[in-house]
Design a protein around this ligand. Structure first.
Ligand SMILES: *[C@@H]1O[C@H](CO)[C@@H](O)[C@H](O)[C@H]1NC(C)=O
Ligand SMILES: *[C@@H]1O[C@H](CO)[C@@H](O)[C@H](O)[C@H]1NC(C)=O
Ligand SMILES: *[C@@H]1O[C@H](CO)[C@@H](O)[C@H](O)[C@H]1NC(C)=O
Ligand SMILES: *[C@@H]1O[C@H](CO)[C@@H](O)[C@H](O)[C@H]1NC(C)=O
Ligand SMILES: *[C@@H]1O[C@H](CO)[C@@H](O)[C@H](O)[C@H]1NC(C)=O
Ligand SMILES: *[C@@H]1O[C@H](CO)[C@@H](O)[C@H](O)[C@H]1NC(C)=O
Ligand SMILES: *[C@@H]1O[C@H](CO)[C@@H](O)[C@H](O)[C@H]1NC(C)=O
Ligand SMILES: [Zn+2]
Length: 505
């Protein structure tokens, strides 16, 4: 018979669920038991709290907003109640507030929501940047496409590869500005372009995102005459403060830590309930349920990051502030960003590049990352779930861990891209419809979530954490193999690849 033990009520959490403790004993932290402790209702409970904070905060939980701070207090309380050591880490982040983002052609000026400013952009001169406007037929995913367009503003299609890749190709081709238009009509992103990343001293091209109809208008004009365009982007940079929340088990080897993180902030233009309230809520539930388990071999550390949507600033600051020996104590890091996309896929980051899609400008991930990819794949296999891979990119909070030599892995359920036929065979859902039609917009709310994806991912992550909390041998073996000079063998299962969709952070 099991007895119920109630946790003390935490001020912010009105009704914490009862913990089930059999004969007063704690359960062994096995992958199955930890996965079984996850429930949709409990994770939705955390998401409802985030939604409530967004509702009372102009519909956003962006860095520095009251909605963010309330979310941070909430997860702090959960972790403290579950008996973990919890810390707040203030992050002072330069935030770009977009004052203006316009495109003028022949006396017509387009602005939000028809034309919006992308996250990674720089300001133009106050009077704007006036150049010839030309189009290229493709997506701008290869440098060749920019061969004859130096010093011009270039119109190209969204999709096929990340915005960062298009921008990089433009940059090395001396293209000062790109306008990326939607290939098909998709709903406007209300309010987009309010905040941007402060450009980090990199002269990135000016990047505007244009809606389908704007793209068609411009293409028609370009077809009949030569055009000049003026793009004008003005970003004010101000420092804004908010906290990362970091919690660690008191048990387990404190020198060999398994870490998992999710970003707690939303974009400015929506409540961010899938992106990444879903990851943060899953972490909250993983922490809350830990209280019923006994100690495992290695410590678990949870990170809720601020300022992901502003350019991964919270996690970057965290990793930056660690000493090298503190970094060395992190055996591996798992990132969970969106985990409940309505038209979901289950995708594991392709660390071993078995899909061959790692862009040339992204270095091979730290040794040990292939073993983490394999653990995440094995988890889906053991749950009888299909999975795909997605190309490694520096577009979420794993990037700073990766850049600092810490083995890492990541899961995703898809952002703004459309589902393929193969993906529909693997996961169900609707071919041609975006994974998350509400990505980075106002309808990314509590109603537009896949409960199925939410729980599959929560259980997958629980299994991976419980596995690693007891056994890090595959990561260590990969490292030992590499340091002996042998070719690293840890290839994961063969898997199809998914394209998660445009600006996938
Ligand atoms: C949010 O928290 C940060 C850091 O603790 C603080 O500096 C800021 O003033 C708070 N903002 C609001 C809107 O409460
Ligand atoms: C731009 O958006 C406005 C609504 O804000 C709409 O009325 C207008 O037709 C749009 N123009 C174009 C060219 O898309
Ligand atoms: C682009 O502009 C730069 C600087 O004004 C100039 O040096 C270069 O020759 C131009 N390139 C082309 C292809 O016009
Ligand atoms: C933001 O803070 C940093 C360090 O805390 C400082 O160096 C920088 O000048 C500040 N930037 C602005 C725009 O205030
Ligand atoms: C988490 O949610 C945010 C939205 O709040 C989303 O942008 C992000 O991609 C998700 N990812 C992670 C790692 O948390
Ligand atoms: C996995 O994919 C196959 C098609 O390759 C499909 O028949 C099967 O139903 C899928 N399994 C699940 C659990 O969705
Ligand atoms: C979001 O959820 C609401 C309520 O269920 C629904 O009416 C709406 O169509 C959904 N939005 C999208 C884009 O799926
Ligand atoms: Zn792979």
């Amino acid at each position: 018979m099991c007895m119920y033990r109630f946790l003390a009520l935490f001020a912010i959490v009105s009704a914490l669920p009862a913990l089930v403790v059999c004969d007063g004993r704690l359960l062994e932290l096995t992958p199955e038991a930890y996965a079984d402790s996850m429930s949709v209702d409990a994770i939705l409970g955390h998401l409802k709290a985030f939604q409530k904070y967004a509702d009372t905060s102009a519909n956003t939980r962006t860095h520095g907003s009251p909605g963010y701070n309330a979310s941070a207090d909430y997860v702090y309380g959960i972790a403290a109640n579950a008996g973990l050591d919890v810390q707040r880490q203030g992050v002072e982040s330069p935030v770009g507030f977009i004052r203006r983002g316009t495109l003028s052609v022949e006396g017509i000026t387009f602005q939000a929501p028809n034309v919006t400013v992308d996250f990674f952009t720089s300001s133009t001169a106050p009077e704007g940047l006036t150049t010839d406007l030309v189009s290229i037929p493709g997506y701008g995913c290869s440098q060749d496409e920019f061969a004859n367009v130096a010093n011009k503003t270039v119109l190209l299609k969204s999709g096929e590869c990340a915005t960062a890749e298009k921008t990089f190709n433009a940059l090395i081709s001396s293209v000062p500005a790109v306008i990326i238009y939607d290939e098909t009509p998709i709903p406007a992103v209300p309010g987009a372009g309010v905040f941007a990343t402060a450009s980090q001293n990199i002269a990135v091209p000016v990047v505007l995102l244009a809606r389908y109809d704007v793209g068609q208008i411009l293409l028609t004009k370009i077809a009949s005459q030569s055009l000049t365009a003026t793009v004008n982007v003005q970003v004010d940079i101000r420092n804004v403060s908010s906290d990362n929340i970091i919690a660690q088990t008191k048990w387990g080897d404190q020198d060999k830590v398994i870490m998992i993180g999710a970003h707690l902030d939303s974009v400015a233009q929506g409540p961010g309930i899938n992106d990444n309230g879903s990851g943060s809520a899953t972490l909250a539930e993983l922490v809350q349920q830990l209280a019923q388990f006994e100690a495992a071999k290695y410590a678990l550390r949870f990170g809720w990051w601020s300022s992901e949507e502003l350019g991964l600033l919270g996690s970057a600051y965290y990793v930056d502030q660690l000493t090298q020996s503190e970094r060395d104590r992190i055996v591996g890091y798992i990132n969970i960003d969106m985990s409940a996309s309505p038209n979901y896929i289950l995708a594991v980051q392709d660390n071993d590049n078995s899909g061959g899609g790692r862009p040339p400008w992204i270095p091979a991930p730290p040794v040990g990352s292939n073993a983490i990819e394999k653990i995440l794949q094995d988890v889906f296999l053991s749950m009888g779930s299909n999975f795909t891979g997605f190309d490694i990119a520096m577009n979420s909070d794993h990037a700073s861990f990766m850049a600092n030599g810490i083995p890492m892995g990541a899961l995703e359920t898809g952002a703004g891209g459309p589902k393929t036929e193969l993906e529909a065979e693997l996961f169900g859902g609707v071919v041609g419809q975006n994974y998350d039609s509400c990505y980075h917009s106002l309808c990314d709310d509590i109603n537009n979530l896949s409960h199925e994806a939410l729980i599959i991912n929560a259980r997958a992550v629980a299994r991976a954490l419980a596995t690693l909390a007891n056994d890090i041998s595959t990561i260590e073996a990969e490292q030992a193999q590499a340091s002996s000079g042998a070719k690293v063998q840890f290839k994961g299962a063969s898997h199809p690849m998914s394209d998660l969709g445009r600006h996938a952070h």
